[in-house]
Design a protein around this ligand. Structure first.
Ligand code: FE2
Length: 280
């Protein structure tokens, strides 16, 4: 969270969306963490299968307009199905999330829910972002292709592992199976390695405490044509602790400092924005 404001400036981010479902010690989100994320510069929060793990968040879900539940949860479940956020320039962006159904707890049909959300959105909103919270890459690809040309981006979360398949689909929808987690990468999906291995190999129950090593911010940046709502670029982003420290100290001098230190990219593994359609 410490580098979000510097990151917004350096990358000229109009809007920052975070999936916060693991923010409270690895599972769920509390009202305090919700407020911290918003204060740190997050504009809107999506969640996932651990949405109600901390029950106190339900009042926030019912009261606030910048946090959503998965739209294929039952209509009686606390929270709104979609939100419309506004950039500083006044551009409106719709955001919603859906849960996948492969290797996940049973939920309502994501395809039907996607249609319901799209038909409910205000007509003047061109930019639409879907956080697809799913386990299987087949689910992600299916939804990406299903909504290609009708939403700006289908970006996956839930597996905690960033995938190298970011692209712009033929209809103009930015797609990636999973944008990765922000958290400790010296871990197994964010949990202490020895605990997970012990329980897996011996069946002895242990507490799956959150790990602490190699913390990284992981995400994906999408460039958008506001007139059409279609994506024009997509790239992965990883900021490790050292980079975050440097950005926080002297954000405006970050590139200069890295050059002086003989370091290469601003963020490891980051690629230039690209549109695969332009490369052919
Ligand atoms: Fe999840």
């Amino acid at each position: 969270m410490q580098c979000l404001s510097a990151l917004r400036q350096q990358e000229q981010l109009d809007l920052i969306i975070a999936n916060g479902e693991n923010a409270a010690n690895g599972s769920g989100i509390t009202p305090e963490i919700y407020r911290e994320l918003i204060k740190a510069g997050v504009d809107g929060i999506t969640l996932g299968d651990h949405i109600y793990r901390r029950g106190a968040i339900m009042s926030i879900l019912e009261a606030e307009s910048n946090i959503v539940k998965p739209a294929n949860y039952p209509s009686q479940a606390p929270g709104r199905d979609w939100m419309v956020l506004e950039t500083e320039a006044g551009e409106r962006v719709a955001v919603f999330s859906l849960l996948g159904r492969v290797f996940m707890k049973p939920v309502d049909c994501p395809w039907t829910a996607a249609e319901r959300v799209l038909s409910s959105l205000p007509d003047d909103v061109q930019t639409i972002l879907l956080d697809l919270h799913a386990e299987a890459t087949s689910d992600m690809q299916l939804m990406g292709r299903y909504l290609d040309g009708r939403v700006t981006a289908v970006l996956g979360t839930h597996t905690h592992v960033p995938t190298a398949d970011e692209c712009i689909l033929p209809g103009g929808t930015a797609f990636q199976c999973d944008v990765g987690m922000t958290g400790p990468y010296d871990s197994i999906l964010g949990r202490k390695i020895d605990r997970v291995i012990e329980t897996t190999t011996t069946f002895r129950p242990t507490s799956f405490d959150v790990a602490s090593g190699d913390v990284r911010l992981s995400g994906t940046i999408v460039d958008v044509d506001q007139q059409t709502g279609r994506a024009t670029g997509i790239r992965r982003l990883v900021v490790n602790q050292q980079r975050a420290d440097e950005m926080t100290m002297r954000p405006e001098k970050n590139e200069e400092i890295l050059e002086q230190n003989g370091e290469i990219p601003k963020y490891p593994m980051t690629k230039e924005a690209r549109n695969p359609n332009d490369e052919t």
